[in-house]
Design a protein. Structure first.
Length: 158
């Protein structure tokens, strides 16, 4: 080993030595020794801090976007359910109003008298009952709907 600059490779081992011979650890520009292992945790932290900050920032932005989109979708879903429920409430309220009108009609004196006269054939004590039976005309069909159907059609909601 007369001239060290000619016989030594750039990696610290001399050209004539076997590969498994003990060598001096190599020094890198950032202070790392052979094999890339850092001398201290600070050097590793300095190298990884920007990458770690970027990953955390991307994850945070992703979470904010996901939360915003999820909240928007949930809000739209709730608004649709509110609208559907309100329509159902309106339909049920209309039905309740119709039923209340029917109950009021059934409890009225007019209904009781009409039913007694038409269905039961009753008359008041001072009245005289008579019936007219006309023969039906051929080809003329009489369609009579129930009394309550007319009542519901007159006060139909919507």
């Amino acid at each position: 080993m007369a001239d060290q600059s000619e016989s030594e490779s750039p990696f610290g081992a001399s050209l004539g030595e076997p590969a498994d011979a003990p060598n001096e650890p190599l020094e890198h520009a950032d202070g790392d020794s052979k094999g890339g292992a850092p001398r201290s945790g600070r050097a590793l932290l300095r190298r990884l801090a920007p990458m770690l900050a970027f990953v955390v920032a991307v994850a945070l932005v992703g979470w904010v976007v996901y939360s915003g989109v999820e909240g928007l979708l949930r809000s739209n879903s709730l608004e649709a359910r509110i609208t559907a429920t309100q329509l159902e409430i309106d339909a049920l309220q209309c039905e309740a109003d119709q039923l209340a009108a029917m109950v009021a009609w059934l409890e009225s004196d007019e209904y009781v008298e009409r039913t007694a006269r038409e269905d039961l054939g009753l008359v008041r004590p001072a009245e005289e009952a008579f019936a007219v039976h006309a023969p039906p005309r051929p080809g003329l069909s009489i369609i009579r709907s129930p009394w309550w159907a007319n009542l519901l059609h007159e006060s139909a909601c919507g």
